[in-house]
Structures are given as C-alpha cells and as structure tokens.
Design a protein around this ligand. Structure first.
Ligand SMILES: CC(C)(COP(=O)(O)OP(=O)(O)OC[C@H]1O[C@@H](n2cnc3c(N)ncnc32)[C@H](O)[C@@H]1OP(=O)(O)O)[C@@H](O)C(=O)NCCC(=O)NCCS
Length: 143
C-alpha cells in the first residue's frame, strides 16, 4: 500500500476523480458544478494505491494559515470497513502536520460521523444540508 499525492490533471488524479464520482456523486445522481470543478486545480489530491489501483482518496483545500478542509473522502465499495480510510487520513495528517497545519475541518455526511469520530474529529455547531443530505461540520487539531 502506498499513500500518494497526485498532480492535478495526471492519470492518477483522473483515477481518484473517477472513484470520487462513483462513490460520492453517482449515488446522488449529481454532477460537480462549474464552481466546484474550478477549485480542483488549487487543491491537493491524496489516495491509497494497491498494485496501481486507487482504493481510497480525499481532497485537501487550504482555508487559511494552519487550517485545511478535508473533502470528498471516498473508499471503493469492496474495500470499505477494511482500514483504508483510517490509513489514508492518518498518513495525510502526518504530511500536513509536517507543513505546520494544525487544524483539519470537514463537512461529514451523517452516515460517516462515526468514522470521523473514530479518527478524533468532533462535531461543531448544528446539522445542515449539503448536496441535499444532512451534514455536520467536524474539526480535529493535529500537531
Ligand atoms: C466513510 C468511509 C470514508 C470510511 O472509510 P473506511 O475505509 O470504510 O473506514 P475504516 O475501515 O478505515 O474504518 C475506521 C473505523 O471507523 C469505523 N467506520 C467506518 N465507516 C463507518 C461509518 N460509516 N460509520 C461508523 N463507523 C464507521 C470502522 O468500523 C473502524 O472502526 P474501528 O476503530 O473500530 O476499527 C468509507 O466507508 C466510504 O467511502 N463510504 C462511502 C462514502 C462516504 O460516506 N464518504 C464520506 C463522505 S463525508
């Protein structure tokens, strides 16, 4: 298993995009908006690969000094609940901590809250709707 950072537009990036689409967008029958797509080049794209297959991926957006947003966390269907999501987040946290990031924020689907809580994230504020489904803002301090 290797945790990799893909360059925007690369073949590996396109593999991550395809996984995100299949796991996160297709079930909701949603496409990315033009605004969402325009952000991708400015974001960082991390994933886990096994024998050249991307099994998990996520996107990191810089919000302000020391604070990032984790977005679009997706693990392939047959690999879920096997520790890939945990491995990926913990490895990305190490990279970010080495770059003086101290806080990771995210918007969690209600169905994924337990996963993020396992990884040390805590809910902040109230439930809200995003892509028409209930979400919670969550936050974790790293060092
Ligand atoms: C949610 C998701 C990212 C979790 O990744 P994963 O690789 O399946 O999770 P892991 O196997 O690393 O699980 C780590 C821990 O969280 C728990 N967990 C995993 N998914 C969970 C969930 N949906 N709810 C509650 N707990 C969960 C695991 O049981 C494990 O617990 P442990 O500490 O007792 O071992 C993945 O299942 C997924 O892509 N789901 C569909 C898309 C999605 O919901 N993405 C998040 C959008 S905000």
């Amino acid at each position: 298993m290797a945790v990799i950072e893909a360059e925007y537009g690369s073949e590996t990036y396109l593999g991550m995009l395809a996984l995100r689409k299949r796991i996160l967008r297709d079930p909701l029958n949603l496409e990315w908006t033009a605004e969402e797509k325009s952000w991708e080049a400015m974001e960082r794209h991390f994933g886990c690969s096994v024998e050249e297959r991307i099994v998990a991926c996520l996107v990191i957006r810089s919000l302000k000094s020391g604070v990032v947003k984790l977005r679009q966390m997706a693990v392939d269907v047959d690999c879920q609940r096997s520790g890939w999501g945990r491995r990926l987040i913990l490895e990305v946290e190490k990279v970010l901590a080495g770059e003086s990031v101290s806080v990771i924020e995210l918007h969690a689907r209600e169905t994924a809250i337990g996963f993020y809580e396992r990884l040390g994230f805590a809910r902040v504020g109230e439930e809200f709707l995003e892509v028409n489904i209930p979400h919670w803002k969550m936050r974790k301090s790293i060092s």
